[in-house]
Design a protein around this ligand. Structure first.
Ligand code: NDP
Ligand code: ZN
Length: 367
């Protein structure tokens, strides 16, 4: 067995604390990864606090992982010991269903769904069984730890030009915003709206600007208007009626990253005919909207889940090619509970990333 140390929540209202876990050593098609950095996604907080009703405890989050391959199984061909690699939200899927065959593993329809990097299997609460996953373990444990073991096909290559710590959030925040932009065909010259300027929003703006889009950020935080402008976007404070009215009928695509249920009525008039409002943030029941303008303009209200493994590699390469990376604040893992509070209060620019060396240091001090 591979003994790993990490931080986990023991129940929905507990602070994250160090625990030791055992991981199976790499099978023939798996690699072992020494974790260097792990991003702190708002989903980690939702999951630890059981906002989606499907959390299995102890919950050890972390699905924006960058590390180095430290061992590999006999049949591994894609990665070598020493390679700088990444792991996102998935570590396996059934490989046999329609979505898997189409390269959309994140929509896997197999009996266990796709295997989430932590808290796997990722089934909605109603379908969740007892929390056992396809490995027969109680749960999967994520990247808030020093070691991961992952099937080679679900391990990404990190381009050398991206700063290592900044590469981590691309594995979730990057692909979750890139995938819908690609799916809905965002192209140069399009007018793109980004609602909610946090960890995902930061990546959405940078990717859309790099695609040549004309980007407007809708934010509840006045100071972020100037921050959007620094990235080549415009900023509108949500609820600014005058500014919103001036933008009616102009947007080809709006991506919302608001982490909670919210009213979408204010955004529908901003869409052009045939355009889509895609919410990736609110994994929750949403209030209804006035469907009249949706019908009149053949508009779409839609959702999107992370992105495929191929898209994750694509967005990493896209970021390298365009010289973009998330804005990150690196923290030791001992500050994770404080970081969660700051993410919830919107007090982070724009993504906390855990430096896993802090785990090794803690372990050494305890020894
Ligand atoms: P952050 O907290 O970093 O950013 C969210 C931003 O939304 C905030 O910075 C704030 O921006 C705005 N916001 C927060 N609360 C509200 C509110 N009540 N009303 C309006 N705006 C609000 O979160 P992340 O970017 O990490 O994640 C965003 C959401 O996306 C989370 O719910 C997460 O679980 C989900 N997610 C979904 C994925 C998917 O596959 N669909 C994958 C990854 C994450 P501002 O200050 O600009 O208003
Ligand atoms: Zn995430």
């Amino acid at each position: 067995m591979v003994t790993a140390t990490g931080y986990a929540a023991k129940h929905s209202f507990s602070r994250l604390k160090p625990i030791e876990i055992e991981r199976d050593p790499p099978k023939a098609n798996e690699v072992q990864i020494d974790v260097l950095y792990c991003g702190v996604c708002h989903s980690d907080i939702h999951q630890c606090e059981n906002d989606w009703g499907n959390t299995v405890y102890p919950c050890m989050p972390g699905h924006e992982v960058v590390g180095r391959v430290s061992a590999k199984g006999a049949s591994v061909t894609k990665h070598e010991v020493g390679d700088l690699v990444g792991v996102g939200c998935m570590i396996d899927s059934c490989h046999e269903c329609g979505p898997c065959k189409a390269g959309d593993e994140q929509y896997c329809e197999g009996p266990n769904s796709w295997l989430a990097t932590y808290n796997g299997p990722m089934k909605p609460a109603a379908q969740a069984k007892t929390g056992t996953n396809m490995y027969g373990r109680d749960n999967t444990f994520g990247g808030y730890s020093d070691v991961l073991v992952v099937r080679e096909d679900f391990v990404l290559k990190i381009p050398a030009s991206i700063p290592v710590e900044a590469a981590a959030p691309i594995l979730c925040a990057g692909v979750t915003t890139y995938s819908p932009m690609k799916h809905w065909g965002v192209k140069a010259g399009d007018k793109v709206g980004v609602v909610g300027f946090g960890g995902l929003g930061d990546m959405a703006v940078k990717i859309a600007v790099a695609m040549g889009a004309d980007v407007t950020v809708f934010t509840t935080t006045k100071e972020k208007v100037a921050e959007a402008e620094k990235l080549g976007a415009k900023g509108v404070v949500e609820g600014d009626k005058e500014a919103s009215e001036a933008l009616e009928g102009q947007f080809d695509f709006i991506l919302s990253t608001i982490p909670e249920k919210h009213k979408i009525d204010p955004f529908i008039p901003l869409l052009k005919h045939d355009a889509a409002y895609v919410s990736v943030g609110a994994l929750a029941p949403m209030p209804g909207w006035n469907h009249m303008p949706v019908i009149m303009g053949r508009k779409s209200i839609a959702g999107s889940l992370i992105g495929s493994i191929a898209e994750t590699q694509e967005v990493l390469d896209f970021c390298a090619e365009h010289g973009i990376a998330p804005d990150v604040q690196v923290i030791p893992i001992q500050e994770i509970n404080e970081a969660y509070k700051k993410v919830k209060s919107g007090d982070v620019r724009f993504r906390y990333v855990i430096d896993s060396a802090s785990l090794a240091q803690e372990k050494a001090e305890a020894a």
